[in-house]
Design a protein around this ligand. Sequence first.
Ligand SMILES: *Cc1c(COP(=O)(O)O)cnc(C)c1O
Length: 327
Amino acid sequence: MKTHTLPRKSLAFLPTPVMKLERLSQHLNGPAIFMKRDDQTGLGFGGNKTRKLEFLLGDAIARGCDTIITGGAEQSNHCRQSAAAAAMAGLECHLVLGGEAPKNPDGNYLLDTLLGATVHWTGAFRKGEMIPEISEELTRQGKKVYMIPYGGSSHIGAAGYVVAMQELEQQLESLDLNLTAMMFATSSGGTQAGMTVAGAMTGFAGDIHGIKIDKEELGEPPYKELLADLSTSTAKLFGLNKSFDRHDFMVNNDYLGDGYGVIGELEREAIQLCARLEGIFLDPVYTGRAFGGLVDLIRQGCYTGSDNVLFWHTGGTPALFHYGKEL
Ligand SMILES: *Cc1c(COP(=O)(O)O)cnc(C)c1O
């Protein structure tokens, strides 16, 4: 197994469990469905960003930084986990959030405030577009600032999912389990890029099937090209000299619904199925949509009785307490 020498700050409870969803598999009458529980990474209600933050904060600390800055939507899971990681590491945390200060803080944003993060509101910009500008201002104030991009998806952050995929492959080996496919919500790309790099190193044979949860915006590079560039630079951190291209990625754009964070019947049904058959909560924005996609693909017959599929639960559950009325 290729390893790395990157600085790492331990933040998560690892390994996260892999479990079989017996009742759900039976109910859908298709493949055996397994779940990797990265909603249980432990830090501040958990989620996939915690794995990226182990490497991002490791890097920040190694560089002698005393402040981190990152950004996202008001209900960003990444920002909430960043604020929790900063608290644990004793760093100051600045969050650049889209929209305006809500009258009644709830969900992830409520947790950001409890965690002591300083919030900068940026209206229409929900992808951390103003991080560099605000970072410069903080630097002028004498802080040593570490910038974490939207979703934590730098090559350093993506290293967290190389290691995560190595962790899963070890678990699969001890369970003597071969997967036909792995499905998960994909958005800023660090998760899928990391998994793909690890998969290339070990020759993972199953589909790494990302369900895209938000539309590509004008002016952004095509998503598969972003994934390819990110994977190529992430691989180098592990001593793998491979140039990835868009054919190395499976990205499903069929479940975008009415856009980012708009809850429809697909998400509602997925959340209820998982809760009522397995006692597991999905979130409304990411995992609800991606799991809804998996259910639909099973109903279409894309994955059937002899297949083993794994849903990688990436967290996000505090957002349930923001979107509650729509569920
Ligand atoms: C950020 C996030 C994702 C997507 O991960 P990326 O690395 O940004 O593609 C999926 N699920 C949840 C709950 C998230 O918060």
